[in-house]
Design a protein around this ligand. Structure first.
Ligand code: UN1
Length: 495
């Protein structure tokens, strides 16, 4: 039985009169997962109004008390891990171990943010004057919007929601339409944990309607968006016009460099997980393998051999290596890139849609490897699918040049046993994240996450940076001298 969800406004699940509905489907078999309200602009405004009303009381709730509610949410996510992990797999198509991992990332982050309720550190700084005390405190921004993608349908919403809530903001949340059941269940978990009515509101529907209101309504003070570059640019421009803080987490074209001294067996495990985990649909996915010419043939041979035994199929079966891609749109876009790759590069493996039997009901693609020169479109544009570009290089310097010569800069990786070179790479690679002897995916929540260049607009989320994202700094001067003291003025004023 497919579930039916309403909007979540002011603490109530609501179906507006005459509401139109849309649905999400399982990419492995085409079955309906759930249906949702296509919110109108009026509905979104109601959500913003609810969040505005709820804000003052939530702002004034002591942060450790807010933390207790978050801890209750984390516990509830833990109790629901298996159920929600399966829902992630059914609605999005990642294999079940990763479905559970998505929920685990939620648990980790919500727990981490709960503890932040007893930190939210400010600074104390000396004054240039006597009997004067200077400090900073963190204050919430107000009503914030969270707009999230389908690839981490519980974790990414939680990165934004838990950070916004602990810092005292109220939230209007718009999940990706194709994974809106996961988004709705995230909201239900906070409801069960005791988040007060109006503090967290859910609006489902199209970017064109819901997103447009969220990015332009003056009551929204900040927008946190994770998704594609083109939509991100649009969100940024609209938000800028309304002078909002806009936080963007966009694409990647993440390189893994394998040097001639690398442990190739280790690198092989790394590239399989980095490139084909989540069917390549992570913004951190390893989409470029940059290999030193001395080990190129051997390593690509090992990779092709292992992938030949890689199972693509039912993502709920724990033996499956890779599930379907997430939607018909995804499949079409990836197949277009594969067609392009066949023209501009050499196909080494895969390159096809899988057909026959159960494959015919879903969006299953073969893991695909191209050998290519650096500079082809497939080697520079984000494909967001199980398609890996392998590029041969002659030296470390060339590897770094190739790694950096793309528009993105999210994650990066190098396999080498040379400690000097590893540290040089940390310095040289233009990316927000660098892994040594590990693939480009799998960031941990207690560290900042984000990238340089077109990957974003300079912010980071998760880790300590999560607090920056959702707070304003209030600078406070306390003068206890009982006289007027003037900063920056040389001479005391005449009496
Ligand atoms: C994403 O793909 O948008 O580092 C997020 C990782 C995960 C998060 C990915 N922890 O791969």
């Amino acid at each position: 039985m497919a579930r039916e969800y309403g909007l979540f406004l002011e603490g109530k699940w609501t179906v507006p009169e005459g509401a139109k509905r849309f649905r999400s489907t399982n990419p492995a078999n085409g079955e309906e997962v759930a249906s949702f309200v296509a919110a109108t602009a009026d509905d979104v405004q109601r959500a913003i109004a609810a969040a505005s009303r709820a804000f003052p009381a939530w702002r004034d709730t002591p942060p450790p008390k807010r933390g207790e509610i978050l801890l209750a949410a984390a516990r509830r996510f833990r109790e629901r891990k298996e159920e929600l992990g399966r829902l992630v797999t059914q609605e999005m198509g990642k294999v079940i171990a990763e479905g559970r991992g998505d929920v685990q990332e939620s648990i980790d982050f919500v727990e981490y943010m709960a503890g932040e309720g007893r930190r939210l550190f400010g600074e104390t700084v000396p004054s240039e004057l006597r009997s004067k005390f200077c400090l900073t405190v963190r204050q919430p921004k107000g009503v914030v919007a969270a707009i999230t993608p389908w690839n981490f349908p519980t974790a990414i919403p939680n990165w934004k929601i838990a950070a916004a809530l602990i810092t005292g903001n109220s939230v209007v949340f718009k999940p990706a339409s194709s994974t809106a059941a996961c988004g709705a269940e995230v909201v239900r978990t906070y409801e069960e944990a005791g988040v007060p009515p109006g503090v967290l509101n859910l609006v489902t529907g199209s970017g064109g309607v819901v997103g447009d209101v969220l990015t332009s309504d003056p009551r929204i003070r900040a927008v946190s968006f994770t998704g594609g570059v083109e939509t991100g640019r649009d969100v940024y421009v609209r938000g800028a016009k309304a002078l909002k803080m806009v936080h963007l987490e966009l694409g990647g074209k993440n390189p893994m460099i394998v040097m001639d001294d690398a442990d190739l067996t280790l690198a092989l495990d790394g590239i399989l997980f980095g490139a084909f985990g989540t069917a390549g649909q992570r913004c951190t996915a390893t989409s470029r393998l940059i290999v030193h010419e001395k080990v190129h043939e051997a390593f690509v041979g090992m990779l092709v051999d292992r992938l030949g035994r890689f199972s693509v199929g039912d993502p709920l079966d724990p033996r499956t290596g890779m599930g379907p891609v997430a939607s018909a749109d995804q499949e079409r876009k990836i197949l277009d890139y594969i067609a392009l790759g066949r023209k501009e590069a050499k196909l080494r493996l895969g390159g096809t849609k899988l057909t026959g039997g159960a494959y015919d009901r879903g969006f299953f693609l073969a893991p695909t490897i191209f050998e290519t020169e650096h500079g082809t479109r497939i080697s520079k544009e984000e494909i967001f699918g199980p398609v890996l570009s392998v590029i041969r290089v002659k030296s470390y310097e060339e590897a770094v040049r190739v790694a950096n010569d793309v528009d993105y800069g999210l994650s990066s990786s190098i396999y080498t046993r040379d400690v000097d070179r590893a540290f040089r790479a940390i310095h040289d690679l233009e990316a927000g994240i660098t892994y040594i002897n590990a693939p480009t995916i799998g960031a941990e929540v207690q560290l900042p996450f984000g990238g340089v260049k077109n990957t974003g607009n300079g912010g980071r989320e998760a880790g300590s940076a999560a607090i920056e994202e959702f707070t304003e700094i209030k600078t406070v001067f306390v003068d206890f001298s009982s006289k007027l003291q003037k900063a920056q003025i040389d001479d005391p004023a005449p009496a």
